[in-house]
Write a protein that binds this ligand. Structure first.
Ligand code: MN
Ligand code: MN
Length: 493
């Protein structure tokens, strides 16, 4: 501000514009973008695969790099021990510590807490990557590397947003806290307990939680206000004491596979309707307000259809399709353990088969109720078959959905920040997938949450050739800078 002439300040005040140095901040980002790309290259080079126990030292090193980066900015940084992970063989190994940091502690200011993760999904060149997944490679402005979009670049963008304010000696408009974990890709082992334990300490003065761990729907920026949950089931049918020859024994036994396929087929109809009694009863009604959001969303049915490579989609209009992707439940059958799935023509009658299927559930469904409805339904269908085989149904994951109020000031601040950084209106979207941590934050801390993504719609998370575009990374940093300013305008609730 001190460099601006009085006339300019008066002009801005007269125009009702809050000048907080946004132009100066974005110029700073533009002149430092190569450093930001280099920082991402250093982080992507660490094979912080949380699912592979042999990579655990890399994961610990990754957390140390996060600490270094945050300490460099002068934050109050801590590494929180979240205990041990028990392995299937009974042995234990240390979980990566959770990193927390605090910038500013002005009690009259809003305090936001940014959540992110720096562990990644597995990746090997042999999986079909065009480049070395751990060597960030720039091709036509896209930065390819495992974890680039999920979630290393967004975490760095938040840190760089704070750094820009500091470098230009512009006061941070809000207090900023960070909570960065290293076990997200395997279910955030230990994090819920840590959040619970720090509810009245680290989280006590937090007003809002920001998660930037998802992507836009199109080339237009988006604000995400909901995710679906996931109830994952195993249904096992057991028959003969061992696998049988289908020529010798076929025709003499009631086959477990026939039973299993039969009951699986009673869960969902070809037109996508879920047939399990009661399951749709709790699904919240599609409101007119919601319908209106959907009308404004930029989404091309044909390019979506082409991208996933199908001739026909389940629904023919945008609203219905997106609603079924985001706010209605669905049943997906994932696989059958014990089935003969290798190439060849083995003539076997499998003795025991276990189906794996899941229900992406939505507000206001309750996983415990879903578990009972599914279990009762499968047992009742199985009973109709009068089979001598044995059925066991178990729900092994019961992750709840999350939903925010898109009219909350947090989202108004998001709209204003998108307007400032991109000069456009954001899409208000939901995620079809599950981000359990959002619901955990909501349930434990009772804070309002916003998902503010900067990932592109085609970043290929968890897939081969994951990337983050330079555009999304750099402009996303500016979005975060703008957001810190906009969220400071909210009157604390
Ligand atoms: Mn993620
Ligand atoms: Mn992920």
């Amino acid at each position: 501000m001190k460099n601006n002439s009085v006339a300019v300040v008066l002009l801005l005040l007269a125009a009702g514009v809050h000048s907080f140095g946004f132009d100066e901040l974005t110029r700073y980002v533009d002149t430092h973008k190569e450093e930001y790309v280099q920082a991402l290259r250093e982080w992507v080079a660490v094979e912080s695969d949380s699912s592979d126990i042999t990579k655990r030292s890399e994961l610990h090193r990754m957390m140390e790099l996060v600490v270094e980066k945050l300490q460099h900015l002068g934050g109050k940084v801590e590494m929180v021990d979240i205990g041990m992970q028990e392995l299937p063989d009974g042995s234990t190994v240390a979980l990566p510590k959770v990193v927390t940091a605090e910038f500013g502690s002005n009690v009259s200011d809003v305090t936001v807490c940014v959540y992110g993760h720096v562990d990644v999904q597995p990746a090997q060149k042999e999986d079909g990557w065009s480049t070395d997944p751990y060597n960030l490679t720039d091709i036509n402005g896209n930065l390819y590397g495992r974890g680039a979009s999920d979630n290393k670049a967004p975490v760095l963008a938040w840190i760089h947003a704070v750094e820009a304010y500091q470098a230009l000696k512009i006061d941070l408009p809000v207090n900023v806290k960070f909570i960065i974990e290293g076990m997200e890709e395997t279910g955030s082992n230990g994090l819920a307990a840590m959040i619970e334990a720090q509810k009245d300490t680290f989280f006590s003065d937090v007003d809002y939680i920001i998660i930037s761990d998802c992507g836009w729907l199109s080339s237009r920026p988006a604000l995400t206000y909901g995710t679906r949950g996931n109830c994952y089931f195993l249904a096992e049918v057991e028959g003969p004491k061992q696998d049988l020859h289908s020529g010798v024994h076929g025709g003499t036994v009631i086959e477990p596979m026939t039973d299993l396929i039969g009951i699986l087929d009673t869960m969902i109809s070809p037109d996508g309707s879920i047939l399990i009694p009661g399951i749709m009863d709790a699904v919240s009604a599609f409101s007119h307000d919601e319908w209106r959001f959907y009308q404004d969303i930029e989404f091309d049915m044909d390019s979506y259809r082409a991208k996933i490579g199908v001739d026909q989609l389940m629904y023919n209009n945008k609203t219905e399709l997106l609603a079924h992707r985001w706010r209605y439940p669905t049943v997906s059958i994932h696989g059958i353990e014990g089935a003969f799935s290798a190439p060849g023509t083995k003539t076997v009658i499998p003795a025991k088969v276990t189906a794996k299927f899941s229900i992406r559930q939505v507000p206001d469904m309750d996983p415990a109720v879903v578990e009972k409805q599914v279990t009762d339904h499968l047992h009742s269908e199985f009973a109709k078959r009068k089979s001598p085989n044995k059925l066991k149904v178990r729900m092994v994951i019961g992750a709840k959905p999350w939903l925010a109020d898109p009219k909350h000031p947090l989202y108004q601040a998001g709209k204003a920040a998108v307007k400032r950084a991109f000069n456009t209106e954001p899409d208000l979207i939901r995620e079809g997938g599950t981000i359990p941590i959002a619901r955990t934050f909501q349930d434990v801390t009772e804070k309002n949450i916003i998902m503010l993504p900067i990932g592109g719609f085609d970043d290929g998370l968890h897939s081969q050739n994951e990337k983050m575009s330079r555009y999304n990374y750099i402009e996303g940093t500016k979005l975060f800078i703008a957001y810190l300013h906009e969220v400071a305008q909210i009157t604390k609730d």
